[in-house]
Design a protein around this ligand. Sequence first.
Ligand SMILES: Cc1ncc(COP(=O)(O)O)c(C=O)c1O
Length: 376
Amino acid sequence: MKRRSNLIIETEDCHSLLCRLRNDIVGVFMGYFRENIEKIKGYEPGFQPSQTEVIKLNTNENPYPPSPQALKVLTEINPEQFRRYPDPIGDRFRSAAAEVNDVEPDFIMCCNGGDDLLRMAFQAFCDENRPVAYPVPTYSLYPVIAEMQNCTAIEIPFDDEFNLPAKLAGTNAALTIVCNPNAPTGSFVSVNELASLADEIEGVLLIDEAYVDFAENNCTALVKDFDNIVILRSMSKGYSLAGLRFGYAIARPEMIAGLMKVKDSYNVDAVAIAVATAAIKDQKYFKENIKKVKSERARLTEQLLELDFDVAESSANFVLAQCKNGKAVEIYKELTKRNIYVRYFEYPRLEDKLRITVGTPEQDDKLLAALKEILK
Ligand SMILES: Cc1ncc(COP(=O)(O)O)c(C=O)c1O
């Protein structure tokens, strides 16, 4: 080690420690990193409190447990599976996901969460001369990976109704990303519009369907007709497996083969393959779970409207609530004091809004009671 750090690490919760470290480090040019890595702040994940006795509605986890079938598989793991490397392409999961999505297994690639696929896509398609384009506001990880990959990010604003911007088709980007349903707005762009976009652009269209399990439609059928579409799916939201880290891509086999060139050799572990496979096979449990979340989304929306928030229709497992008094950050802080965590984004067009994950009816009732108290 050439230099000693003089940082003193005190006992504090992990999130504030990470934020403090990041703030200390940003702007300190060590000279070891590539220039664009030195200058970026890095992605700031939502707060993960260590206590369990909190109402956690800030990172869009499913409020219900994963399928009992998935949990049963955990008890049946053979220690031999730890000694050996896992199946590098997770064939068992590919077959199960192919059946659910009505495609062949070679249309599927397993990923270590949907974020793993995003990183692979940037690595595979983008560089200094090959930009990425996406409508904003959207998932705040896209610009961070663009910086890491040193590619230009062309950000096209959504209109006030969050319709797909017509200009997105004319950017000449190597990679165009549409998050659908979009985060953090919950808005949904029709399958026909995305088919037209795929038709018009020269590059790849990645449709980020991390939240699609809570929507009425999805774009899976398009991969049969378009060789430039890659669909991202996550097991974190609809299947209640955020802690497992599992997602997958759906695309034509030639596209999947290309993406596999940039994946880690063993990007999904043996336990994750077994658990995710059992979860996706249990469609009965999955459908019941989704039905409960959707019905609670409708109730939460209604109640927030009654509290005088503006809430746009959401096709995801969260709602974006606009505080008419503009005091979103104050409300966010008051909720945090009461151990109720929602997400506040300090980004243009989001400063007066709170993104609230749909919880259980009991959790949402506690949130609503706290909001009533704060707003009175
Ligand atoms: C829009 C969007 N895409 C992709 C992901 C990645 O999900 P995961 O890596 O948990 O599968 C997330 C996670 O929150 C997301 O919000």
